[in-house]
Design a protein around this ligand. Structure first.
Ligand SMILES: [Zn+2]
Length: 320
């Protein structure tokens, strides 16, 4: 098998590098390159203790990211909009040539819209600064909606949340409903003119964790042109530890049998999770999964390509 080409829809390296100063990372961009990742969505998540200064917190992380990218240019680059799809396709073509120095793109996201405070129009500023995806709420309430954590209020999007969806559609920012409660997801799907995705959520019918999505929600997301990013977090895969690649297979198989290959992508959540797939230490070993899709699951290469990156290209072209 040749090296796969992957877009990973959710990683948390920024928090680990900038705030916690960790060096032992699961999705270090250089490891991701080794594992075949061509672009990774890197989230800016605001931990509870920084919520009061969420705006400054996000700006500071963005500054550090730009510095990291500048220092490693042209190996690292930042996705700005659908003109950059060419760059991804180019990378795909060149990657398999001998002696080619592989590159990796970052699509920068806010995981939880707290850096906007309670002003949906602040998204215009963050768009200028490079944010191209927003996860409306993390597992807690904010000014725009509420996540599925212990404080779930079972209310849908607030009026500011609804405004934010419209602004994101207009600006070309991808809408992510992972972490959002059921009521908020239904509101988002109703309001958004563009496809909506869940960057890192699995199938509730296979593993009944609150962060996974029920069939009716998956169907609505798929009908609107979106997808679910299969997440490697053990509690989203299986109830008992450890999670194995066979557990991931069950989610993928269910998606293929009940929905379609257009509605599956990856959202590893590397560097954001404490328990993951037994077979994979970090993003340099991504190939183990794609080999499994072809050798064990016997999926044809066109379906593997969709899951690995082509479904993401569709979202990038329609939403950014
Ligand atoms: Zn998350």
């Amino acid at each position: 098998m040749s090296l796969p080409f992957i877009i990973d829809g959710h990683t948390d390296i920024l928090l680990r590098i900038d705030v916690e100063k960790q060096t032992n990372l699961q999705s270090h961009p250089d490891d991701s390159i080794k594992g075949g990742v061509g672009m990774q969505i890197t989230a800016i998540f605001t931990p509870d203790e920084y919520l009061e200064n969420a705006y400054d917190f996000a700006i500071n992380i963005l500054d550090n990211l730009f510095l990291m990218v500048k220092t490693n240019h042209p190996k690292y680059w930042i996705y700005q909009g659908n003109n950059d799809i060419k760059k991804i396709e180019q990378e795909y073509k060149q990657r398999f040539k001998a002696n080619y120095e592989k590159k990796i793109g970052f699509l920068v996201s806010l995981e939880g819209a707290e850096p906007l405070g309670d002003d949906p129009f602040k998204i215009e500023e963050f768009h200028k600064l490079g944010i191209r995806l927003v996860t409306i709420a993390w597992s807690r309430p904010n000014a725009f909606g509420c996540g599925v954590g212990p404080a779930n209020n079972h209310k849908g999007l607030t009026s500011k949340g609804k405004q934010l969806i419209k602004l994101m559609n207009k600006l070309g920012i991808i809408i992510d409903v992972s972490h959002l409660n059921r009521e908020g997801i239904l509101d988002t799907l109703e309001i958004s003119d563009k496809p909506v995705i869940a960057t890192h959520s699995n199938v509730y019918s296979i593993c009944d964790n609150a962060r996974n999505l029920t069939d009716d929600l998956i169907r609505l997301i798929a009908e609107k042109g979106g997808f679910l990013g299969m997440c490697f977090n053990q509690p989203f895969l299986v109830k008992t530890k450890p999670a194995r690649i066979e557990d991931l297979e069950k989610h993928i198989r269910y998606m293929l049998d009940n929905f379609s290959s257009d509605s599956i992508a990856w959202g590893s959540d590397f560097d954001g999770i404490t328990g993951w797939l037994l077979e994979i230490e970090n993003s340099s070993e991504r190939r183990i999964i794609t080999d499994y899709l072809s050798d064990n699951m016997r999926l044809p290469s066109d379906i593997i390509d969709k899951i690995n990156y082509k479904n993401w290209l569709r979202i990038l072209s329609r939403c950014t």
